[in-house]
Design a protein around this ligand. Structure first.
Ligand code: 8OZ
Length: 373
């Protein structure tokens, strides 16, 4: 075998096996966690998700879609949960299907905090948050889009229950056959709301200083690693993203501190949304995220706006260990083959991202498939 795939595509180690904690991944290409809003009543993953993830099992690693750890952690219609047995059983079918295809799959543990609405909450309660500050924007409910409300500030005495919910969800993920878990600390959801001074105005042990704002993430990481061991746990951050009306006066300072603190756990990986989530990689008032990569003592996964060229380049330059692709994985179940061969990609059907059934979910063609009539 030569070290080229064809004349035009010099070898990249993106396509080579790589050690990943206790695992060997078949390549360095990660399927990013992607909300698809197709779960059944009771926040149970749809049987269609078995086929969806099986189709994408050639990713070196799949990070399954954000999944609420508790009913209060839900912020969008039809997202799946990992807080009861029926959900665990449904996830088992998914992890088995991926494993049968030789893939690896982690679960992303999610609590949305204030990015929710009473229509999505048990007993129509207010969403919870570090502080009672209303986000700009609208929630996606079963009745359509409705403006966010002012959330209820969590009492300090409730935080142990919250951390316990992360621990139980972590155990459930283990029972469900996942290979590991990712703590969702990005994109303006609950943990990110605690980290940042725009959303955290607390005056107790969970607000104010860098240490206090980072405390919830530390406690959650402690709980999750107590179940999994640090070598099967990652954390996702989006340090310079404005997603979900989040904001911070000094992102470089808090996120440098966060990574220093995370280093104490010797986690498997750090997964960074580079830029504005789903948007430009360069943002105003950003900072050089390579600072975090250099500081972190585990594997660095880069994400956001990657194409083949950029992924190959960051590997050549050593700027990321693994590269996560989001939207390209929705429309290309065989994305790894297509990138390896520098083949054209299927177009994304943006009208079928959220909600619905197989359409725009499990019906994207593989290379060599006959086009549907
Ligand atoms: C898009 C739509 C709904 C949720 C995230 C979990 O931003 C999400 C999400 C993205 O992390």
């Amino acid at each position: 075998m030569s070290d080229t795939n064809n004349q035009n595509t010099p070898h990249s180690d993106l396509f080579d096996p790589v050690r990943f904690g206790p695992y060997t991944l078949s390549n360095r290409i990660v399927m990013a966690p992607l909300t698809r809003s197709r779960a059944l009543q009771g926040d149970i993953p749809t049987p269609l998700a078995v086929e969806y993830y099986r189709q994408r099992a050639s990713a070196g690693l799949i990070i399954a879609e954000a999944t609420q750890i508790t009913p209060e952690g839900k912020g969008y219609a039809y997202t799946p949960g990992i807080y009861n047995e029926a959900q665990v059983e449904a996830w088992k079918a998914i992890t088995s299907a991926v494993h049968e295809k030789g893939g690896r799959i982690f679960l992303q543990l999610w609590h949305v905090g204030r990015i929710s609405h009473p229509a999505l909450q048990p007993n129509g309660a207010l969403p919870v948050a570090p502080s009672a500050i209303k986000p700009e924007g609208k929630a996606f409910t079963e009745e359509g889009f409705v403006p966010y409300v002012t959330p209820r500030a969590l009492e300090a005495g409730e935080i142990p229950r919250l951390v316990e919910e992360y621990r139980v969800a972590s155990k459930n993920a283990l029972t469900a056959g996942f290979d590991g878990v990712e703590i969702h600390a990005a994109n303006g959801y609950l943990i990110d709301q605690f980290l940042r001074d725009k959303t955290n105005h607390r005056s107790d042990a969970y607000g104010g200083s860098l240490e206090n704002r980072t405390r919830l993430l530390m406690e959650v990481t402690q709980a999750v690693t107590s179940v999994w061991g640090a070598d099967r746990v990652g954390v996702r951050l989006s340090p310079i993203s404005p997603a979900n009306d989040i904001g911070e006066s000094d992102p470089a300072k808090i996120f440098t501190y966060v990574v220093e603190q995370l280093n104490k756990f010797n986690l498997l990986y750090l997964h960074v949304v580079e830029g504005a989530t789903g948007g430009p990689r360069e943002v105003e008032n950003g900072f050089d995220l390579q600072v975090l990569r250099r500081l972190f003592n585990g594997i660095y996964i880069g994400n956001n706006g990657y194409d083949r060229e950029l992924a190959v380049k960051v590997r050549e330059e050593g700027l990321a260990d693994l590269v996560a692709f989001g939207r390209p994985f929705i429309s290309n179940p065989d994305l790894v083959d297509r990138l390896r061969l520098a083949a054209p990609l299927n177009e994304l059907n943006v009208d079928r991202l959220y909600g619905g059934g197989a359409d725009g979910y499990t019906d994207y063609p593989f290379l060599g498939d006959k086009k549907a009539a």
